[in-house]
Design a protein around this ligand. Structure first.
Ligand code: NAD
Length: 240
C-alpha cells in the first residue's frame, strides 16, 4: 500500500473522471486533498475540500494556493490534471481563440499551478508534482492538433522542471494515458474515439482508477529516484 499519511495534495480538475479517481485514491492513502475545478458540485467529503478555481486565471490560482496552504498547512503534492480536448477538426478550420484556450487549459495551467506551489515545497525541501499529459502528446491524434501540441508541451515542461528542481527534493513527472473512459470522450468526434480505440492492444478502454494507481505512486515518497519522466498508461499502445 502507498502511505500518504500526513501529506497534503491539490488535484486540479478533480471533479472529473480521472481527477476524481486520483483525489479518491490519495484520500484512501491518508492524504488530505484540495480539488481545484470550475465545477464544485461534486461534493466535499472528510479530508477533501473543493475550491472553485479556473486554472488559467493567474490571480485565482495564486489565491487558491494561498488558501490551500492555510487550510491544509502546506501543499506537498500537486497533480495537474485539468484538461479539455478543444477543437476536433482539421487545423485549417480552427479559430484562434479555440486554439489558445486549448493550449492554455492543458499547458499554461501546468505552469501557473506549479509556479504557485513550488516556493512552499522548496521551503520544506519536499514535493511531488505529477502532470497528466496524454499519448496524444507523443503520437498524433488526427484532428486534435491543439490538444496534441499542448500535451507534448506538458511532457517538455515536465522534463525541464524536473531538471530544474532535481536537487530540491521536488520531483516532477508525468503520465501519458491512452483512451480512458470518462466524460472527456464526449468532447471528441466519434471518429477520433474509434481511431484511438483501435490502437489499444489489450483491446479495452482504460479506467480512471488505473491512472490513479500510478499517479498515487508518483506522489509518494516510494518514488524517490525518478524525475522529469513520462509513463504510458495506454493498454500497450506504443508511443515513443
Ligand atoms: P473530464 O472532462 O472528466 O475532467 C476534466 C475536469 O477538468 C473537469 O472536472 C473540468 O471541470 C475540469 N476543468 C476543465 N477546464 C478547467 C479549468 N479551466 N479550470 C479548472 N478545472 C477545469 O476529463 P478526464 O478524462 O478526467 O481528463 C483528465 C485529464 O486527463 C485531462 O488533462 C485529459 O486531457 C487527460 N487525459 C484523458 C484521457 C482520456 O481518454 N479520458 C486520455 C489522456 C489524457
Amino acid at each position: 500500500t502507498i502511505d500518504l499519511n500526513g501529506r497534503t495534495a491539490v488535484v486540479t480538475g478533480g471533479a472529473g473522471g480521472i481527477g476524481r479517481a486520483i483525489a479518491d485514491r490519495l484520500l484512501a492513502s491518508g492524504c488530505r486533498v484540495a480539488v481545484w475545478d470550475l465545477n464544485v458540485t461534486a461534493g466535499e467529503r472528510e479530508g477533501l475540500v473543493f475550491q472553485q478555481v479556473d486554472v488559467i486565471d493567474e490571480v485565482a490560482v495564486t489565491g487558491a494556493a494561498a488558501r490551500a496552504e492555510e487550510v491544509l498547512g502546506g501543499i506537498d503534492i500537486l497533480v495537474n490534471n485539468a484538461g479539455i480536448t478543444g477543437p476536433t477538426e482539421l487545423l485549417e478550420r480552427y479559430d484562434y481563440a479555440a486554439w489558445r484556450r486549448t493550449v492554455a487549459v492543458n499547458l499554461d495551467s501546468v505552469f501557473l499551478c506549479s509556479r504557485a506551489v513550488i516556493a512552499g515545497m522548496r521551503a520544506r525541501a519536499y514535493g511531488r508534482i505529477v502532470n497528466i499529459a496524454s499519448v496524444a502528446g507523443k503520437e498524433a491524434n488526427p484532428t486534435m492538433a491543439a490538444y496534441s501540441a499542448a500535451k507534448a508541451g506538458v511532457i517538455g515542461l515536465t522534463k525541464a522542471l524536473g531538471r530544474e528542481l532535481a536537487e530540491t527534493g521536488i520531483l516532477v513527472n508525468c503520465v501519458t494515458p491512452g483512451l480512458i473512459g470518462t466524460e472527456l470522450l464526449k468532447q471528441m468526434s466519434p471518429e477520433a474515439v474509434a481511431a484511438s480505440r483501435s490502437k489499444i492492444p489489450v483491446n479495452r478502454v482504460g479506467e480512471p482508477r488505473e491512472v490513479a494507481a500510478m499517479v498515487a505512486w508518483l506522489c509518494s515518497s516510494d518514488c524517490s529516484f525518478t524525475t522529469g519522466a513520462a509513463f504510458d498508461i495506454s493498454g500497450g499502445r506504443a508511443s515513443y
